[in-house]
Ligand binder design. Structure first.
Ligand code: GAR
Length: 216
């Protein structure tokens, strides 16, 4: 069966991109990273795409007068690459409702908190300030409001005594690298359905429900 063609949008170091590339290296995987688009010419993630022999493009928003042109160019590149599913992976531009609607239910994001808590930037510092005992990460379908949308996969990490935003970020990032490929895998297998803005996972097992010992 043809593999699901995944386009990954990045702006920076691209460790989640790497996790998706590593997962698609298995020939039995139902999805493959077919295109990487960076909003920054110097993103480290571009070297990861090159190393894996994956086509990459730089679409820098500064080259456009308006968001419209930037997003039309993103959209054209994704369609030109016959992309089925778009993954935002540390993509630091907010997409307009036009783009989000064009890719509705084919556009997913990873966020380093247990949404709907701690949307937005400086997530880990705000988690620590709040005194929360747990954090984690969320993969969700993208909607027009930032960090909103039906939740596909989440995993939980404990906040440990003495944590700094960096130590907590590293613990959560380890979970992100497992959750993002899992979400893509479930979608590629046709097991993810959005109904009334909630995700239903078909034939769910405890292993999908998740699984991860963050200290292990
Ligand atoms: C990840 O932690 C991701 O969850 C976060 O940016 C980082 C990108 O790292 N995304 C957001 O905060 C989006 N709201 P990476 O470039 O190494 O994948």
């Amino acid at each position: 069966m043809a593999r699901l063609r995944v386009g990954v949008l990045i702006s920076g170091r691209g460790t989640n991109l790497q996790a998706l590339i590593d997962a698609s290296a298995d020939p039995a995987a139902p999805a493959e990273v077919a295109l990487v688009i960076s909003s920054q010419g110097d993103a480290q993630g571009l070297a990861r795409a090159r190393a894996a022999g994956i086509r990459s493009e730089i679409i820098n928003y500064r080259a456009f007068n308006a968001k419209q042109g930037f997003e039309a160019s993103l959209d054209a590149a994704l369609r030109g690459g016959r992309i089925d599913l778009v993954c935002l992976a540390g993509f630091m531009r907010i997409l307009t409702p036009w783009f989000v609607e064009r890719w509705r239910d084919r556009l997913i994001n990873i966020h380093p908190s247990l949404l709907p808590a701690f949307k937005g930037l400086d997530t880990h510092a705000r988690v620590l300030d709040s005194g929360a005992r747990f954090s984690g990460c969320t993969v969700h379908f993208v909607r027009a409001e930032m960090d909103e949308g039906p939740i596909i996969v989440q995993a939980v990490a404990p906040v440990m005594p003495g944590d700094t935003p960096d130590t907590l970020a590293a613990r959560v990032l380890g979970l992100e690298h497992r959750c993002y490929p899992l979400a893509v895998h479930l979608i590629a297998e046709g097991r993810v359905r959005v109904q009334n803005e909630r995700v239903e996972i078909l034939n769910a097992t405890v292993a999908n429900a998740i699984m991860i010992n963050p200290l292990g």
